[in-house]
Write a protein that binds this ligand. Structure first.
Ligand code: SAM
Length: 415
């Protein structure tokens, strides 16, 4: 990049070069000085629309966000007209570094540099991973403390930021494979939603990215969190998103298409699965944690006894037995299940995800059916698998089985 003596022109030339060579990550314009007193920021990111590169502008006003996309040839002159006039601060993030252009009160520019944030540029390759949340999500990400006002991830929030994006990526694949109804808004519940990170992400994914109208409901016992989430949803213009105070067990949903429960402790995961099943959810996505219920019941083959003196092995043993029983009970109830690592253990230890999709009679188009996948529900063969596993571990009772009225010890099913 040839240096020029004018910081503003130098800055704009770096922006144009970044857009051209693909190193442009994002830009934030701030310190508004124009006539519109409601204007706060302009955020610019590269996006690919119908295969063509565009720059997406998110205009942040006091109470609303406005998004518009332009081809680079139209976007760059617009940005040039704003820098130093409407906005007196500009931060340009490229894969190489951060360039900061600030104008003092006399309108004199100063260009300084900082380190790159480590965020990758938008390339065709990483498009799905990094563009699954829209620019509007920036607003709640900031309010929930994940990012700061210029869109950078806050210190200590990188794992949460990654987890949110990974979750949306997984959800997009699961939703594409599920036979979700297309003739009405979807009904989605996120149970044990905590601070609502994934509830907001789910709302934005369906309503703003997949363009599937979806009513999304968070359920959480802690009313202070519920109040804060409802406030944030209102402030961020997230229509069709609400948060309800109460226990999972006490909630009533007549219809649910997607049930989500991530890290709902111990048997709260079973309560959530049972709610999803009762409401006929097409897709159930849980990431269990704190699987304590079965620990006192577990008996193991004598050969395992010396190893199970170690509490960490006991813990993993209980996790496995609990989640394997849940997956088998879901299969018995008429669902196809996948169990996989949600996000690497480097980021969180609570990383096993169970995704269950309601089996269609006759299977999905193009699906090769095994004996278990013919759309039948509650078969004796599926019940026997649950009971045999329970018997192996000495488990007599388990929360999901109880809620489904499934008797783990029913001898009729034993060989
Ligand atoms: C570990 S946080 C997980 C939050 C969120 N799902 C996530 O993964 O980011 C678990 C949340 O579930 C809530 N919770 C636990 N048991 C619950 C229950 N039975 N009913 C409703 N909320 C519950 C807790 O208060 C807590 O906020």
């Amino acid at each position: 990049m040839p240096a020029t003596s004018a910081p503003r022109e130098d800055f704009l030339a770096q922006l144009a070069a970044g857009v051209r060579d693909g190193s442009f990550v994002k830009m934030t314009l701030g310190k508004p000085r124009g006539p519109d007193a409601t204007l706060r920021n302009l955020f610019v990111r590269p996006v690919t629309l119908r295969g063509a590169p565009q720059l997406s502008f998110l205009w942040r006003h006091e109470t609303q966000d406005i998004t518009k996309n332009f081809p680079p040839a139209e976007a760059l002159p617009q940005i040039a007209a704003l820098v130093g006039t409407t906005f007196h601060s500009a931060h340009l993030f490229t894969t190489a570094r951060l360039a900061q252009l600030e104008f003092n009160k006399h309108g004199e520019p100063r260009l300084t540099y900082g380190k790159a944030t480590g965020e990758p540029a938008a390339t065709a390759h990483d498009q799905p991973k990094h563009r699954l949340l829209p620019l509007e999500s920036q607003r709640w990400l900031e309010k929930l403390g994940v990012t700061n006002s210029n869109g950078s991830v806050r210190t200590g929030m990188a794992d949460k930021h990654r987890q949110i994006h990974k979750f949306v990526e997984i959800l997009s694949h699961l939703a594409a494979d599920a036979d979700l109804p297309g003739d009405r808004p979807l009904e989605i519940a996120d149970m044990g939603c905590g601070k609502g990170y994934l509830t907001f992400a789910t709302h934005d994914y369906f309503n703003r990215i997949a363009h599937r109208a979806a009513n999304v409901h968070g359920v959480e016992t802690r009313s202070a969190l519920v109040d804060a989430c409802n406030r944030t949803a209102r402030e961020c213009g997230c229509a069709n998103l609400d948060f309800l105070a109460g226990t999972i067990d006490s909630t009533r949903f007549a219809t649910l298409d997607v049930l989500i429960a991530l890290h709902a402790c111990d048997t709260a995961t079973d309560d959530a699965i049972a709610k999803g099943l009762a409401a006929g959810a097409t897709l159930i996505v849980v990431a269990p944690c704190c699987q304590k219920e079965l620990r006192p019941q577990l008996t193991a083959a004598p050969v395992l006894a010396p190893a199970l003196r170690h509490s960490i092995f006991q813990e993993r043993h209980a996790e496995f037995a609990t989640d394997a029983l849940r997956a088998l009970l879901l299969e018995w109830a008429g669902y196809d299940t996948k169990v996989f690592e949600f996000i690497s253990t480097e980021h969180t230890a609570k990383n096993t995800m169970i995704a269950a999709t309601k089996r269609l009679p006759g299977g999905r188009p193009g699906q090769t059916l095994s004996g278990q996948q013919t759309g039948t529900v509650r078969t004796e063969a599926a019940a026997a698998k649950v009971r045999e596993l329970a018997a192996f571990y000495g488990v007599k009772t388990q929360a999901l089985a109880r809620q489904l009225g499934f008797d783990l010890a029913d001898v009729r099913q034993r060989k």
